[in-house]
Design a binder for this molecule. Structure first.
Ligand SMILES: *Cc1c(COP(=O)(O)O)cnc(C)c1O
Length: 431
C-alpha cells in the first residue's frame, strides 16, 4: 500500500502556503467537493419531487458551509436554539428548518415556533410539554420513531435502536398521531435514525421500506395524512483506505424501489427528507497539522500541534482517520508512528503505530475526513484552543471562515480581573 491510497484534499505546496497564511492546525474544507456531494445527493433523489436534504448542522456548524449548502437547495436540521440561530443568520428559515431535538428546553421550542421550523417530536411526553409551554401545534408535525430491537442488513446487526435514547415506540407514535390529529394537526411526518456511519448501500432503502410500511398502516388505521418520511442521517464515510464509499445514486434508487413496492400500490404520495451530516461533509474536510516534536520510547511518536481538542473522534471512538505525510507523499511507508497531540490524556492519539513515510519535525500531516463531527466536537480541555477553519474556494482562492480561538475567548466566561487578564496576555506574548 502506498501513501496515496486515499488522495489528500491538498498536496504539499498548497498546504505549506495555507500553513504560512493561516498557521497550524487548521480545519480545511473543499467547496468543490461539498457542492459535488450535495448535487449527487439531490440527483439520487430527484425522482421524488419534494426531496430535501436538511443538513445536520451539528456536523459542521459554520455559516459559510451552511450557505453553500443552502445554494445547493439544502435546509438545516437543528437540535438546539443556537443551531437554529446559526441557520437563521444564513437566511435558512421556515420549512427549510427542521428541529430534530431531544430532551428539549422550552426556549428552543419558542425559537423554532417563531422561525416556522418543522418540529420533530422525540417523545410522546413532549406533546404535553409543547402545549403547556408553547401552545397550539403547527399544522404540520413530525414524530421520531424507534421500533426497538436490532437493525439488521443481510443478517448483520448494523444498529441497536433498542439501546438508543432517541424516539418513541411504534405504539407511542400511534397515540401521538391520534392525539395530534384531534388537536388540529393536518400533516404528519415520520422520522427515524436507527444506525450510524453505515457502509454499503442498504441502510436507507431498508429503513425506508420499514417506514413506508408504517406510513401505509397508520394511514389506514388512523386516517392521518402523512406527507413526508425523514430518513435522517446515518450514511457513512469510507474512513479506511480499503473501504468502499457508499454509492448515493444506488441508495436513492433503493429508496425509490421501496417507494414503488410499498407506497405506490397503497396510493400514497409523500416527500422524502434526509438529514445527512457525515456523508455530505466528512470527506470534504481535513485537518492540517505540523509535526512539532519527535520522540522515541516504546513507540515512535510524532507530536503534532493539533490535539483531540481540535478533533476528538480518534480519542473517543478509537476511530480510524487516514493520515498523509504531505512532505513525503508517495514515498515508501518505512516509518511506523503514533501521531499524538499534547493533551494530558493518553487517548490523545490521532493514529497508533501507523505505517507512514519517514517523517520528522517541521513536516506537515493531513488528517483525512474531518469535515463532519470534526471542529464542531472540539473542546477546551487543558486550556487548548480550537483552531481556525479555512474554505478552499471553487475559484482556487482560500478564505478564513472561522478564526482560531484566542486566550481571551477562553477567559471570557471567567471572573478574571483586568489586571490578571493583561498579565496573562503579556505572559503569552513574551517568549
Ligand atoms: C447527528 C444527526 C444527524 C446526522 O448524522 P450523520 O451520521 O452525520 O449523517 C441527522 N439527524 C439527527 C437527528 C442527528 O442527531
Amino acid at each position: 500500500m502506498t501513501g496515496s491510497a486515499k488522495p489528500p484534499l491538498v498536496h504539499a505546496a498548497r498546504a505549506h502556503q495555507l500553513a504560512l497564511d493561516y498557521g497550524t492546525p487548521i480545519h480545511i474544507y473543499d467547496e468543490k467537493s461539498i457542492r459535488e456531494r450535495a448535487r449527487a445527493l439531490n440527483a439520487a433523489f430527484a425522482w421524488n419531487h419534494g426531496f430535501r436534504e436538511y443538513f445536520a448542522v451539528k456536523a459542521t456548524p459554520n455559516p459559510a458551509i451552511l450557505s453553500i449548502l443552502a445554494q445547493e437547495g439544502c435546509g438545516c436540521d437543528c437540535a438546539t436554539a443556537t443551531e437554529l440561530m446559526l441557520a437563521d443568520a444564513c437566511g435558512i428559515t421556515g420549512d427549510a428548518l427542521m428541529l430534530s431535538s431531544n430532551d428539549t428546553p422550552a426556549e428552543d421550542y419558542w425559537l423554532a415556533r417563531d422561525l416556522g421550523a418543522i418540529i420533530n417530536f422525540d417523545a410522546d411526553d413532549m406533546l404535553g410539554f409543547w402545549e403547556e409551554h408553547v401552545g397550539a401545534f403547527p399544522e404540520r408535525v413530525c414524530c421520531r420513531v424507534n421500533p426497538g430491537g436490532d437493525f439488521q442488513v443481510a443478517n448483520a446487526i448494523i444498529g441497536t435502536p433498542e439501546d438508543s435514547k432517541f424516539g418513541m415506540t411504534v405504539d407511542q407514535l400511534k397515540t401521538s398521531f391520534a392525539y395530534l390529529r384531534n388537536r388540529g394537526v393536518r400533516e404528519f411526518g415520520i422520522h427515524a435514525f436507527l444506525a450510524s456511519n453505515t457502509l454499503g448501500n442498504d441502510y436507507y432503502p431498508q429503513l425506508a421500506h420499514r417506514l413506508f410500511e408504517l406510513v401505509r398502516d397508520l394511514t389506514a388505521e388512523l386516517g392521518v395524512r402523512i406527507t413526508f418520511v425523514d430518513l435522517s442521517g446515518g450514511v457513512g464515510v469510507a474512513y479506511e483506505p480499503g473501504q468502499e464509499e457508499p454509492d448515493i445514486a444506488q441508495i436513492g434508487e433503493g429508496v425509490r424501489r421501496a417507494y414503488e413496492e410499498v407506497l405506490v400500490p397503497a396510493g400514497i404520495e409523500l416527500d422524502i427528507y434526509a438529514e445527512l451530516g457525515r456523508w455530505l461533509l466528512g470527506p470534504a474536510g481535513a485537518l492540517l497539522t505540523r509535526v512539532i516534536h519527535h520522540k522515541v520510547t516504546y513507540h515512535d511518536y510524532l507530536g503534532v500541534d493539533a490535539c483531540a481538542a481540535n478533533f476528538m473522534r480518534p480519542a473517543i471512538y478509537d476511530a480510524y482517520h487516514h493520515v498523509t505525510s504531505l512532505d513525503h507523499e508517495g514515498e515508501p511507508l518505512e516509518g511506523c508512528y503514533s501521531v499524538v497531540g499534547g493533551l494530558c490524556e493518553n487517548n490523545d492519539q490521532f493514529a497508533r503505530d501507523r505505517a507512514l513515510p519517514k517523517t520528522d519535525t517541521g513536516d506537515l500531516l493531513l488528517i483525512h475526513d474531518t469535515g463532519a463531527h470534526g471542529h464542531s466536537m472540539g473542546y477546551n480541555y487543558n486550556g487548548k484552543l480550537r483552531s481556525a477553519e479555512v474554505l478552499l474556494c471553487e475559484d482556487g482562492t482560500d478564505r478564513l471562515i472561522r478564526r482560531a480561538e484566542r486566550v481571551d475567548d477562553y477567559l471570557a466566561t471567567l471572573d478574571v480581573t483586568p489586571e490578571g487578564r493583561a498579565l496573562l496576555a503579556d505572559t503569552k506574548r513574551k517568549r
